[in-house]
Design a protein. Sequence first.
Length: 211
Amino acid sequence: MEGDITVTQANRKLPAVTGTTRRIKDNAADWHNLMARWEKLNEDGFNVAGSIVAITLTRPQSDQLLGVDESSSPSSPSPPSPASGGAAKLQDECCKLQEVIDKMVVVVKKMERLTALQQGVQDLEEFQFGLEGRKLFHSWNAKHFNSSCVLLESFSQELKLKQTILQQLAHTATSDLSMVYMSCWLHQPFITPQTRLTLEAVLLETGHHPL
């Protein structure tokens, strides 16, 4: 994904970008920037997860079984006993992955605020101009921008998946299951091509990207 979008006079080709249109245009830029931030965190997390898998699969079999048998906390990863080989390094990597997910939580919370803001804009437009609304940019009215809800749902579900992977990865004793977790982390099944196309449509409509 491209770098951060800043709303400037240069990319404000449509006239009278004030009030509702300005808020929606800024909202679209914020969505783009948050998704770019998420992708960077996803890459960072994948690299850390790879380190966890490498450490886990090179431990003695007895240590791996110990890791599988231990129960995990619902809020943070629980690596195997410090007495096992490589446990200190494993715990360090687990903490790094937790930090990545904590940052992802912040991103999703910001997405929630953007979605609430967009809903407020839509409600105001319907109050002032009726259910059909008015054309705000090229052809869309405020209701067309309710895609924020779809985007938020995708990232919320993806965050839950990553939190599950965090809990399980250090306790996985087989390479096949580890690769499944790694693949899920990298390819993000809840963030589909349609998710990215939805944002691209918003950026095109609001003038951030040229038609």
